[in-house]
Design a protein around this ligand. Structure first.
Ligand code: CU
Length: 315
């Protein structure tokens, strides 16, 4: 399903590959050359064959040669690297803007028309500029097939851009160790033809694919897209945060302003947990881990989530 490496999926692939193969080639040549020379010297100048060592002092020709040749090789490496890197800093003016919101442990891509998607959907042959936002720790957006990677640093304005040049699906990884579920923090780029992209973009702004029409299905799909299940389970298992099992309507001890208080879990409490997660901290759980979903969830989304949570009570 996924495209393999070795194809030119983005505008960076050919320059990147040239630099990579040049450096790898030079390294391999030197490794083999040095090893052969070393073995030859061991054989040729061992004590039996060459009992009296010769003192050699200075050789201007050699000195100059082994300064100039490596210098040239290093400068070629630099210039190949530079010409591959330079375009990454200059996004075309007509690039399409997408914002990625990275958090422990999911990516969410947000489009100018408000559409959100856990996968990055982009049109073929259109430059895409991605604004990189992290809500918690340092993450890194890495698309190996596009030969591009950038750290996402909380509180810092950063972007990456690329030109997708081949239809298909490519993997996205988080490439900066960001905690317990870091290895599950991956996603997909889906490069569509212009027409297919336009159709996808115009579809209702709902980011989520809902399966079935059981009560709560929409809420569950929203939570899946937002990555809530990275920290919460529906079945009573404790992960980073409390489980949703039998949550709605239960009594909880929370810490508010440093004081323990008892609350009943109702719709208002859940909404507050999602929008201002650090107001009430559930006793026994860490604070400041869960970040606000203010920028990605509407009131209506939250109602759908609550509907889903209600279905998790055993009756
Ligand atoms: Cu990460």
């Amino acid at each position: 399903m996924y495209s393999t490496t070795g194809i030119e999926a983005s505008n960076y692939v050919s320059t990147y590959n040239t630099a990579f193969y040049f450096i790898a080639g030079v390294s391999l040549f030197l490794l083999i050359g040095l090893t052969i020379t070393m073995l030859y010297f061991v054989f040729r100048y061992n004590k039996k064959k060459n009992p009296v060592a010769t003192q050699i002092e200075g050789n201007t020709f050699l000195e100059i040669t082994w300064t100039i040749i490596p210098l040239i090789l290093a400068l070629v490496m630099f210039s190949l690297g530079w010409s591959g890197w330079k375009p990454t800093t200059k996004p075309p003016k007509d690039a399409m803007n997408i914002t990625v919101v990275a958090r422990m442990w999911s990516f969410l891509f947000i489009y100018d028309n408000g559409k959100q998607s856990p996968d990055l959907i982009v049109p073929l042959n259109t430059p895409v500029k991605i604004n990189l936002i992290s809500l918690d720790v340092i993450h890194s957006l890495f698309i190996p097939d596009f030969r591009i990677k950038s750290d996402i640093i909380p509180g810092r304005q950063k972007f990456m851009w690329f030109l997708p040049e081949m239809e298909g699906k490519y993997k996205i990884f988080c490439a900066e160790y960001c905690g317990l579920q870091h290895s599950y923090m991956h996603s997909t780029v889906n490069v569509l033809t212009q027409d297919k992209f336009k159709a996808w973009y115009a579809e209702s702004a709902s980011p989520v694919t809902v399966t079935g029409n059981a009560p709560g299905a929409v809420g569950e799909a929203i939570m899946r897209a937002q990555g809530c299940f990275a920290c919460h389970t529906p079945d009573g298992t404790k992960l980073i945060g409390p489980s949703y099992f039998n949550l709605f309507g239960s009594q909880q001890t929370v810490i508010r302003d440093g004081k323990e208080i008892n609350i009943t879990v109702d719709a208002e409490y859940i909404k507050r947990c999602i929008l201002q997660p650090n107001t009430d901290i559930v006793k026994g759980f860490p604070s400041t881990i869960m970040q606000s979903y203010r920028s990605t969830l509407s009131d209506d989304d939250i109602l759908k989530i609550i509907e889903f949570l209600k279905t998790l009570n055993d009756k």
